[in-house]
Design a protein around this ligand. Structure first.
Ligand code: GUN
Length: 293
């Protein structure tokens, strides 16, 4: 069994970012990312904190906009519009999920597609479906694809089963992997909560992607001998033996399935590492596109 760790692959992405960043700097441009955090969900706050740290490390301009959960839909739209108009900002990310009562789709629709480094605006999702390389693909799916490429895992002609149909991961990853580029040309099936006989379907997968948000959901019965398993889940579960009483686990029961896999990603330290790296790469590309480089 080969462990596919996120760190060295993310480092390769950061090395590319640093090179591109230096070229932009030399031409008088500083990539800028704005992250909008609404409410006080601790997990969202932690994600936003790591995005800010990475921006600083790379020398990027970083803006964090924090708003209370009581913000109105219109006020939130105004925040987006002012970021759209700000020339120092090349990427805008609204941390999801938004607190109850706020309409996420309406917020995303207002982000300038050229600054939508999260790849969630319909223009970018449309470009993803059209395989137009001027768009931005969502960060977690492109991180999964990059892990497969960097690990030398063949995807052409392979059966990929993705468990989970979210726009942020499952649906977008399906579009990426059924496309024609590198790390693609796969035969993709997307399974979800209404799928019949899920274990039989997932056992047909050469590459199995778990993105359902249920701790340790994928067990030995779901995995074919010799399959590659990509675990997108990040779930916090109680663990009285842990220092703070909880720990992170994936959607895959790692200890139970690892031995039967050809390769598997760990949680933490797997796909999660890639999401921020791809966000930085998208932001630098947004700046390059704006600068005409
Ligand atoms: N929440 C969890 N993952 C993501 C992501 O990739 N983008 C945004 N905007 N919110 C998230």
């Amino acid at each position: 069994m080969k462990l596919i760790e996120g760190k060295p692959i993310a480092e390769a992405v950061y090395a590319e970012c640093a090179k591109s960043f230096a070229e932009l700097k030399a031409a008088g441009h500083t990539p800028g990312l704005a992250v909008v955090l609404v409410g006080d969900d601790p997990a969202s706050r932690a994600y936003v904190g790591s995005k800010e740290r990475k921006c600083r490390e790379l020398g990027m301009h970083s803006v964090k906009i924090e708003k209370p959960a009581t913000i109105s839909q219109e006020e939130l739209h105004e925040v987006i519009e002012s970021l759209n108009a700000d020339d120092a900002i090349h990427g805008i990310l609204v941390q999801l999920p938004l607190p109850k009562g706020l309409d996420e789709d309406q917020v995303i629709l207002r982000i300038d597609p050229a600054k939508d480094v999260d790849g969630l605006h319909p223009v970018n999702l449309g470009k993803l479906a059209m395989e137009d390389p001027t768009g931005f693909a969502p960060c977690t799916p492109s991180g999964c694809q990059r892990m497969l490429i960097e690990s030398g895992i063949e995807t052409t002609g392979k059966n990929v089963v993705i468990v989970g149909r979210s726009l942020l991961v499952g649906k977008s990853l399906a579009l990426l992997m059924m496309g024609k580029g590198e790390g693609a040309n796969a035969t993709v099936t997307v399974a979800h909560s209404r799928t019949k006989d899920l274990p039989a379907l997932t056992r047909s997968a050469d590459i199995l992607v778990a993105a359902i948000g249920i701790p340790k959901f994928i067990g030995p019965d779901h995995v074919k001998e010799g399959a590659v398993v990509i675990d997108v889940g990040i779930n916090r579960i109680d663990d009285p033996s842990a220092k703070n009483g909880s720990r992170l686990v994936g959607d895959v029961d790692f200890d139970a399935v690892a031995d039967q896999c050809e390769a598997i990603t760990p949680v933490p330290g797997g796909v999660g590492r890639m999401t921020i790296a791809m966000l930085m790469a998208n932001t630098i590309r947004a700046c390059r596109l704006k600068a005409g480089l």
